[in-house]
Write a protein of this length. Structure first.
Length: 333
């Protein structure tokens, strides 16, 4: 089960996209909805004699607005559709006289009833969307709360206190400089908070040692990665996406790491987590040494570019470092 987690295809990088592109996509979606109303109006005016059937097509942009934007946008789209049809009918009185609409005196009543049904449909569908969004947000907040509880449980010792939290900040900021998507950033943050969860089953006496670890003790400490994956394998949902990240965050870019994975065999989020983890370890007090200055830690990471660390991640790390995005408040140090 663990090995299958290591080689999951389709890395997080495939989901990474620039915020500008996401904004353009959202704007284009709105423009397509608006354009669809006028296209339907053109079809209604010039191409179809069964106008009542064409009016039903206005349900499509209303449903699209409800699906993508919620109740407010859906209701406004329905109102705009009703306005377009009303203006079209007013400007072209003979438009609906032929075909199935029947007597002239009943046309406005038909249009009014159609508009009411459309608006109610948009309102109800948009309400469902809003409820779904609220439930997802509640689940997301619950998910973050569970992560925080686990983080405090994992870090309940002198030397790793706040380590996972700091690593999560470093990792997400580095990943943001690499233009990771919002979902990918959430995975990076979750993996960072839980990357040391296996230490719970290693033995806390190792964490308190005031001298450097022996070779045997070092191997026991390294075992915390697969142990952590065994713990996380019992959960589902979004947390399962962090398994490959937790399992491979100690791998070297050149393949000389624990499992000899190299380059693209390691998920991009794990490569980010490795840099963040090493940077925090170097700049924090350890049982066997004091913290080193951040510029010295930066130089060590730069020196490992292309061998221990992914060059693209190191470049993003340097960009974040120079932008002072890796400066943390004293309360989390």
């Amino acid at each position: 089960m663990i090995e299958s987690a290591v080689r999951l295809p389709g890395s997080i990088a495939s989901r990474a996209s620039a915020p500008l592109l996401r904004q353009i996509e959202a704007v284009n979606r709105e423009l397509w909805i608006i354009l669809s109303m006028f296209v339907i109006a053109a079809i209604l005016n010039f191409a179809v004699t069964g106008q009542r059937m064409v009016l039903a097509l206005y349900t499509l942009p209303t449903l699209a607005s409800a699906y993508f934007y919620g109740r407010r946008h859906a209701t406004l789209t329905a109102l705009a559709s009703a306005l377009v049809v009303s203006v079209l009918f007013y400007a072209t009185p003979g438009l609906f006289t032929a075909g199935p609409f029947g007597m002239q005196g009943m046309l406005w009543l038909d249009i009014a009833l159609w508009a009411c049904v459309l608006i109610v449909t948009g309102y109800l569908m948009g309400t469902l969307y809003d409820h779904k969004t609220a439930q997802l947000e509640e689940l997301r907040q619950t998910y973050y709360g569970v992560l925080e509880v686990l983080r405090y449980f994992v870090s309940n010792d002198k030397y790793t206190e706040n380590h996972s939290y700091r690593v999560s900040i470093y990792a997400t900021r580095i990943a943001s400089f690499m233009k990771f998507s919002a979902e990918a950033l959430e995975d990076v943050r979750a993996a960072a908070l839980l990357h040391d969860i296996g230490k719970l089953r290693v033995g806390r006496e190792l964490l308190y040692k005031a001298a450097r670890l022996t070779d045997d003790e070092y191997r026991r400490m390294q075992a915390h990665v697969p142990l952590g994956v065994e713990v996380l394998e019992t959960v589902g949902g979004s947390l399962r996406r962090v398994l490959p990240i937790v399992l491979t965050h100690h791998e070297r870019h050149d393949g000389e790491g624990l499992n000899s994975l190299a380059g693209d065999d390691v998920p991009p989020a794990a490569r980010v987590l490795k840099v963040a983890d090493v940077y925090d370890s170097l700049t924090s007090d350890r049982p066997y040494r004091k913290a080193m200055p951040s510029f010295e830690a930066k130089d060590i990471i730069v020196k490992g570019r292309g061998t221990e660390f992914d060059p693209a991640v190191v470049d993003a790390f340097l960009a974040a470092y120079r932008a002072e995005a890796l400066e943390l408040p004293a309360m989390v140090l």
